[in-house]
Design a protein around this ligand. Structure first.
Ligand code: UDP
Ligand code: MG
Length: 426
């Protein structure tokens, strides 16, 4: 009898990829395997994909039914893996994420390697990494190599490129009190922390063949965290993996109705769920802030702030603050009248910039700032792009702008984390 492999697949809201992942296991040339599909309370579409495969007795399924507030407390895939491992019956253990496919020879090549090397406890293989866009089309790809025996596999080897003997699990549990460390602080590298645990007992032996392909989608932690500042920018449209669009309104995320579809369609920022769920949910949005509106047949143009309307006083002010006519939305007379009047937006040549509109970009002494609630926030080019702040910056100097305080910068924190860890993103 062939030796058995236990595969733990973690799943969350990627139905199309999940289907490919499950099928890649079913297409293995080595058929003595069991697959744990550990779903982290996904949407219905994902669950119905899983149900299509449950007739296969080798497939076991568990739904975590995790509550939103619990989701941000641990590294979820590590938590899910830990709940599957006590039931694993395989001689070997292997991990799979829902955006990765095993190549058909993966299990057989790895099992074969173990049988030639009885002393080996862990092996890893070469991986193809494909970056895809929202439509699943390839943008670029690269390979993670497997050509060295690794005493420190952390940050070298992906989640889905490893197989280890089951005997390691007891030793890890005994030494650390758990299998995978699911502490939230390792959310983006929980696999590496586990590899470090393995490396306490054994090196990783390489198999220099591509045995899996992983897809980096815009929803992947890595892509979604990239260029993301510590705080979401007020007035942004954001969505997590369930595709519901929210409007960030002074620390709350407010559901947005379809009627605003034309506004958010091309400027919704995809963010990771744990990041999104930190924001408390607010009331349904009536009208988004920071948009230009007018009434049909009337020349007056208003900018919405704090659900008030600020009238833009004249063409010069309109152009100075880099507003664009194509961004003006025509709304109903009653809707406009219902909005209380805010301070007018004025601009006189050579006077101090005093009550500028919010959420506008300024270029002051060659640095970019985003003006929000009386504060100038330094902002980087990457964040500007990520948040679709397409406006041309308004030139000012610290002499002609009121002395606003300089606030917390909007710089990408994840890129900083990556730089510190010295992992290359290609
Ligand atoms: N995942 C999960 N719960 C969540 C978010 C993610 O179980 O709330 C799983 C997901 O299904 C995947 C793994 O965690 O198997 C890694 O997530 P993702 O692929 O988004 O991250 P990346 O590829 O960027 O590391
Ligand atoms: Mg992934």
């Amino acid at each position: 009898m062939e030796e058995k492999v236990s595969i733990v697949l973690t799943s969350y809201n990627k139905p199309a990829y999940l289907q490919k992942a499950i099928e890649s296991v079913m297409n293995q040339t080595h058929d003595n395997w069991e697959l744990f599909v550990m779903d982290d309370h996904s949407n219905e579409e994902t669950i119905s994909v899983i149900h299509k495969y449950l007739h296969d007795p080798r497939i076991r399924y568990e739904n975590s039914f995790v509550k939103p507030e619990e989701r941000i407390k641990t590294t979820r895939y590590a938590t899910l893996i830990n709940s599957a491992l006590p039931f694993a019956e395989g001689d070997y253990i292997s991990y799979l994420t829902d955006d990765t496919v095993y190549h058909p020879e993966r299990l057989s090549r790895m099992v074969q390697t173990f049988s030639h090397k009885p002393e080996a406890l862990a092996v890893y293989s070469r991986q193809k990494v494909i970056h895809v866009n929202e439509r699943g089309e390839e943008i670029s790809h690269f390979y993670r190599n497997a050509d060295a025996v690794l005493d420190q596999a952390a940050f070298q080897v992906d989640h889905c490129s490893v197989m280890h003997r089951r005997s390691l699990l007891d030793r890890i549990l005994h030494k650390y009190g758990s299998y995978w460390d699911d502490d939230m602080k390792h959310w983006n590298h929980g696999d590496s922390i586990f590899w470090t645990r393995i490396n306490n007992f054994a090196p990783f032996l390489p198999i220099n063949e591509v045995l899996d392909t992983t897809y980096k989608t815009p929803n992947s932690f890595q892509n979604a965290y990239q260029s993301l500042p510590a705080d979401l920018i007020d007035g942004s449209f954001v969505k997590g993996s369930d595709q519901n669009v929210y409007f960030i309104d002074q620390g709350l995320r407010r559901p947005v109705g379809d009627i605003w579809g034309s506004l958010y369609l091309n400027r919704t920022v995809t963010v990771p769920d744990p990041y999104l769920f930190q924001y408390r949910i607010g009331k349904m949005l009536n009208i988004p802030n920071y948009i230009l509106v007018k009434e049909a047949g009337h020349p007056a143009i208003f900018y919405i702030e704090d659900e008030k309307k600020r009238r833009i006083m004249g063409q010069y002010a309109f152009r100075f603050y880099q507003f664009k006519r194509k961004d003006i939305l025509t709304i109903g007379k009653e809707e406009l009248e219902a909005l209380p009047e805010g301070l007018p937006i004025t601009r006189e040549r050579s006077s101090l910039i005093e009550n500028p509109p919010n959420r506008r970009l300024f270029l002051i002494e060659r640095k970019s700032f985003l003006f929000l609630h009386g504060v100038l926030h330094p902002i980087s080019e990457q964040v500007v792009r990520k948040f679709f702040l397409h406006q041309k910056p308004i030139s000012a100097s610290f002499r002609n702008i009121h002395k606003f305080s300089i606030g917390k910068p909007f710089y990408p924190v994840y890129d900083e984390i990556i730089k510190k860890l010295n992992i290359a993103i290609e």
